[in-house]
Design a protein around this ligand. Structure first.
Ligand code: ATP
Length: 625
């Protein structure tokens, strides 16, 4: 039995499991079970009442089956007793009572089954909802940096996808416990009669379980190792018959070529799969026969005892039914074990996700520094360097400059120079890898990140187009003020979003974006005006606009900046733009290249200096001549 030896090598040698590959070693299956207590605790916390009810009903149901078998035994024995002694004259009342009892138990068992299914589904729905809320709450606490790690992201995705299957896992775990209790109760009866019956049962069932696991793993491996070919098969099938490809397939006469390749590949897969399913069917028959042999051996043994008068006919049926039931329960428990253990392994992703902690938090050990109002000195970059997670090169390096309080600073640099990165460091979406950023002389890390973000209004170039109403899309700039219509309307007026809203059929109530019914989509520039309005929703001390006007037409851009200068009077502002017509309005301009400082100064100073800025400015100006 080569499969048997391969099973044992699995137990002893743990192989690395490629990502997404579902076949597990036995050891992996067992060790994943350690996640179950924590999982059960979460279920309990979801609803102690429903959980208690569920467990209570299942306990009752677990005990019902042995009770019914026992009543069956009593019925048979009393029938035989009556037939022997009374020759039809004695009262049938005791038998009727027993039958009525069995009938009652049968109805109760059915009702309990339905009640358990109902509680499973209610508890499962509630658990799925609570898990999604927990997941969203925890994800909101984590750092941006963590979302950019592909391993973390896979974990989050898997944790998210697991929400539904975890409710299945919950029902499986509870059913497993219920069946085990039924088995223990039935086993007590069998052991009381003869312990060897239990041994016989295990001998009959366990090989079938091992066989099942082995062939499951083989099919998974086959399917897994054939992933590229199966993708190719899908591709060939689609390419061979689709509206997009039909034209070229006909003109070039490619159908024969594609069909031949499809036929070759699918025949190879068929051959390999056939050998596996034939072996599986063969072994399956053998194991089923082994199980049946165990059952009939036990049956013979019990019959012999009954014939010898050592047990009654009622006991005979009780034991035979118990044995048969135990066999099917044991098979069920063992095969469910595989899926429970696999589900428990996926729980690991879920828990790993929750064990992850954000790095950018308030320092709990030090008293938090109150945010300065107003900012007096500004933000000072001291030799700041930053490298994205898993990135080879530095996005920003050796950067030193001061963003003075109250000034309007424009950032200029080619694509990928590090402008957006600098803004993310200012708003503490990331912390510098090297060096530090000071605010009024103290490290930015000494302030509460939540307070810092309240004082900063940032509109990123890839701002979010929320599928919400126009008013809500503005209100996200300060969500606490979502009911404050005056504030929303004045923010809209400041960013020119009011001109967009006026044209909408339902004004501020109009759903924008196409995802939901009745939604109206906007042009790129119209979206940008709405997004800009978010910056004016808050009374931030530092305003950052990352390419805020890229999609605006020339007239709108001019107007936006006229207003911007007025509206940010006395506030600190950072502007990122590739348009020099915008940039030149700033008090000073910082030029960066490959994440490094190049020069800083006013438009006039930089032009006079004749450096990089003057060169870029001349280049763009030439385009307009
Ligand atoms: N999340 C990220 N992970 C890894 N690298 C990143 C990430 N974001 C940006 N980078 C890299 O960091 C460098 C600086 O990017 P940044 O977005 O700051 O440039 P930018 O000056 O704003 O460019 P643009 O003018 O195109 O908006 C680029 O080389 C970019 O590829």
């Amino acid at each position: 039995m080569s499969w048997l030896s391969s099973l044992f090598t699995q137990v002893s040698a743990k192989k690395p499991r490629p990502e997404g590959k579902p076949n597990l070693t036995v050891r992996e299956r067992f060790s994943a079970l350690r996640n179950l207590p924590e999982f059960l605790r979460l279920i309990w916390e979801t609803s102690p009442g429903l959980t208690l009810g569920n467990i209570g009903l299942r306990l009752l149901r677990a005990a019902l089956l042995p009770a019914m078998f026992y009543v069956g035994q009593l019925i048979l024995d009393s029938i035989i007793g009556l037939a022997r002694t009374s020759h039809g004259t004695a009262s049938l009342m005791p038998v009727f009572k027993l039958v009525a009892l069995e009938f009652g138990l049968a109805i109760l068992s059915d009702a309990l089954g339905r009640a358990v299914a109902l509680l499973d589904s209610l508890l499962g729905d509630l658990f799925a909802n609570r898990s999604s809320v927990r997941l969203m709450e925890h994800a909101a606490r984590l750092d941006l940096d963590q979302f950019e790690d592909s391993v973390f992201y896979d974990k989050l995705e898997r944790a998210r996808r697991q929400t539904l299957s975890r409710t299945v896992l919950m029902a499986q775990v509870l059913s497993q416990a219920q069946d085990i209790i039924t088995m223990v109760l039935l086993a007590v009866g069998l052991v009381a009669f003869n312990p060897w019956l239990l041994v016989l049962l295990l001998v009959a069932v366990i090989p079938a379980f091992w066989g099942e696991s082995h062939f499951n793993e083989r099919s998974y491996s086959l399917v897994h190792s054939w992933t590229p070919e199966r993708r190719e098969l899908d591709y060939l099938r689609q390419t061979g018959a689709s509206d997009e490809t039909a034209k070229e397939i006909k003109i070039f006469g490619l159908s024969g070529f594609l069909i031949d390749r499809f036929r070759t590949l699918s025949d190879q897969f068929y051959a390999q799969n056939k050998s596996l399913v034939v072996r599986r069917a063969g072994w399956g028959t053998f194991f089923a026969a082994l199980g049946a042999a165990g059952y009939y051996a036990a049956y013979l043994y019990i019959i012999t005892d009954a014939v010898r008068g050592q047990i009654s006919v009622g006991q005979l049926t009780f034991l035979a039914s118990s044995f048969r039931q135990m066999r099917s329960l044991l098979e069920g428990v063992l095969s469910r074990f595989s899926s429970v253990a696999e589900g428990a392994l996926y729980l690991q992703d879920f828990f790993d996700f929750f064990h992850m902690q954000p790095q950018i938090t308030r320092n709990e050990t030090q008293p938090v520094r109150p945010f300065p109002r107003p900012i007096r000195l500004g933000f000072q970059f001291e030799n700041v360097g930053f490298k994205y997670r898993n990135a080879e090169k530095w996005a920003i390096r050796n950067l030193s400059f001061t963003l003075r309080a109250g000034e309007k600073l424009a950032l200029v640099g080619e694509n990928g120079a590090g402008k957006t990165t600098l803004v993310k460091l200012l708003s503490r979406l990331y912390d510098p890898t090297e060096g530090r950023i000071l605010l009024d002389g103290y490290d930015l890390r000494e302030y509460d990140p939540a307070e810092l973000r309240q004082e900063i209004g940032v509109i990123f170039q890839d701002f979010v187009r929320f599928q919400l109403s126009a008013g809500q899309n503005l209100a996200v700039g300060r969500i606490e003020e979502k009911e404050n219509q005056d504030r929303i309307q004045s923010a809209a007026a400041q960013s020119l979003a009011d001109t967009v809203v006026k044209k909408l059929p339902n004004g501020y109530e109009q759903m924008i974006g196409r995802r939901f019914a009745g939604g109206v989509d906007l042009s790129g520039g119209e979206w940008q005006k709405i997004a800009l309005g978010r910056a004016y929703m808050r009374d931030a001390q530092l305003l950052i606009l990352d390419e805020p006007t890229a999609a605006l037409d020339a007239r709108a851009e001019h107007e936006v900046f006229q207003r911007f200068a007025d509206l940010t009077a006395g506030k600190t502002a950072v502007l990122i733009s590739h348009r020099f017509s915008t940039v030149r309005m700033a008090d000073r301009i910082l030029v960066i290249e490959h994440g490094q400082f190049v020069e800083i100064g006013s438009h006039a100073e930089l032009l006079a200096r004749g450096g990089r800025y003057a060169e870029l400015f001349a280049l763009q100006a030439a385009g307009y001549r």
